[in-house]
Design a protein around this ligand. Structure first.
Ligand code: COA
Length: 408
């Protein structure tokens, strides 16, 4: 440790060379690049403290007054620059120091044209090391649930997800009916001084090549634009009857599910996928792996199809594709449940190799405060049918129940 955080109020201004970027103090000549970088709606969505629109005057104000004042308060306000040109491509900062706790917070942004090249990961890793070198023992990072790019940076820079801070901060602009701004939740990530700098482990890996297909159906993560189809799907009476709770989500709820599905996947909680017709790409249904019991290696599968896509074997194919991927990812046992009267879903499970293991009386909430029975099925890796010829992904349902708060 270089210094004791209880006395080290100010951090030293240094030039930090990293694998991909250089971190250095801002200069007046950076103003134009700052204005260019800040002209991006995503930035303002995820960094609500920035002036919007961000003008040349805002840039000069930040460079000449804001950043120097931040340094005086014990923050570190670094420009992230391209080492070849010394031009600003982003920013990386340490803020909100709690010296008595040895904790400080990290934040970053990258200009749209420089994203996806590892700039933020490289800067976050280096600035975290700098905080540790100057006496801090814990670096915290807060991301929105809807910001998977930042969550991926956190994971790559060795931060561990700790939970959700509810109402962590006021959002931008006035709240409902012009009242005070609403408070927004944030995912809390942290790296401790003793944590390795390697990427933190994930329970559910990305799909190889971004999708799974057997040539007839393709499974891909949900994306913006899927909301109307998912809203219709989850409003179908037989899909609602198989949902937990058995209530149709409204449009806002469906939008939230889509926006947060990448977070749930990165968190290792669930992998939600849209089932599409491989030939046309048309969405036909959805399927999910709910990794509710990683300690025993058991996950659960749930699925539903639009009526016009039923009766073509799509659900069975989707279950097999997902199961193969899940077993490859380390899941050891998959379970699925159906309502006793749901013959189509039971047929799907049997064709995919599942075996009926039990009958659970009043297992799930039914309509109007009732309870409904559930037939339990399970699949082990050896139960899977042989891989279909022509399957291009590592070769792996019909409406049935989903866990509470399904894919929120
Ligand atoms: C978050 C941000 C800083 C990332 O910058 P970057 O230099 O592109 O980051 P990196 O290249 O180091 O890593 C980005 C990761 O996000 C992924 N990614 C990029 N865009 C994505 C998107 N729209 N959805 C999901 N993941 C995305 C990349 O594939 C990469 O992950 P991988 O390495 O696992 O493939 C940048 O997107 C940004 O400035 N966003 C707006 C401001 C912001 O959100 N700041 C953080 C607030 S907590």
């Amino acid at each position: 440790m270089v210094s004791d955080p209880r006395t080290a109020a100010r951090l030293p201004v240094e030039v930090i060379e990293t694998e991909r970027v250089r971190l250095r103090p801002y200069r007046e000549s950076d103003a134009a690049d700052l204005v260019t970088g800040m002209a991006d709606p995503d930035l303002h969505r995820f960094l609500p403290d920035l002036p919007d629109p961000y003008t040349a005057r805002d840039a000069v104000e930040w460079i000449t007054r804001g950043a120097p004042a931040a340094w005086r308060r014990g923050w570190a306000a670094y420009a992230m620059v391209d080492p070849a040109t010394d031009r600003v491509i982003g920013g990386c900062a340490l803020s909100n120091p709690l010296p008595h706790l040895g904790q400080i917070e990290i934040g970053y942004w990258v200009t749209a044209s420089a994203r996806g090249l590892g700039a933020a990961t490289s800067a976050a890793r280096a600035l975290t090391g700098y905080a540790f070198a100057h006496g801090y023992g814990r670096v915290e990072l807060l991301t929105r649930l809807e910001n998977p790019a930042s969550q991926r940076v956190a994971i790559a820079a060795g931060f561990h997800r700790e939970g959700l801070r509810r109402g962590a901060r006021p959002e931008r602009g006035p709240g409902v009916l012009g009242g005070p701004p609403e408070r927004g939740d944030r995912v809390v990530w942290a790296r401790l001084v003793d944590d390795p700098s390697e990427p933190s482990p994930r329970l559910l890996p990305d799909l190889p090549g971004g999708a799974l297909t057997d040539g007839v159906v393709t499974l891909r993560p949900p994306r913006p634009g899927d909301e109307p189809f998912l809203h219709r799907l989850h409003g179908l009476p037989d899909v609602v009857a198989s949902s937990v709770p058995p209530v149709a989500p409204d449009g806002a709820e469906v939008a939230l599910r889509v926006a947060r599905s990448a977070f749930r996947w990165l968190a290792g909680e669930r992998a939600d996928l849209v089932v599409t017709d491989a030939a046309s790409g048309a969405p036909a249904g959805d399927i999910g792996l709910y990794y509710s019991e990683p300690s025993t290696g058991q996950g659960m599968v749930g699925y539903s199809l639009l009526p016009e896509w039923r009766g073509r074997g799509f659900a069975t194919r989707a279950v097999v594709l997902l199961a193969r991927w899940a077993f490859d990812a380390g899941v050891l046992r998959l379970i699925a449940g159906t309502r006793p009267e749901n013959a189509a879903s039971q047929r799907v499970l049997a064709r995919a190799g599942f075996r009926r293991e039990g009958y659970q009386r009043e297992r799930l909430p039914g309509p109007a405060g009732t309870r409904v029975d559930d037939v339990l099925y399970a699949l082990l890796p050896a139960d899977l049918p042989p891989a279909a010829p022509g399957a291009v992904a590592p070769a792996g349902p019909v409406g049935w129940h989903r866990p509470a708060g399904a894919f929120r």
